[in-house]
Design a protein around this ligand. Structure first.
Ligand code: ZN
Length: 61
């Protein structure tokens, strides 16, 4: 069975869990815009989001 990707409402990390493994926040499947940050120092999006390296959603409902 394919697991649905979800995004954390708090830190916007992409995960398949109901509870975010990074910050413990609630996750939702209602998110848009996939961002993969490989080198945060070179990413303007990462700077604007205050995000670390990893997979993130641009918008979380
Ligand atoms: Zn989180």
């Amino acid at each position: 069975m394919k697991k649905e990707l979800k995004a954390c409402r708090n830190c916007r990390r992409i995960t398949t869990e109901d509870i975010c493994p990074y910050c413990g926040g609630e996750t939702t499947d209602e998110w848009h815009g996939y961002v993969f940050i490989l080198v945060k120092e070179k990413s303007r999006i990462a700077a604007e989001m205050g995000a670390d390296n990893g997979e993130f959603a641009l918008r979380v409902r």
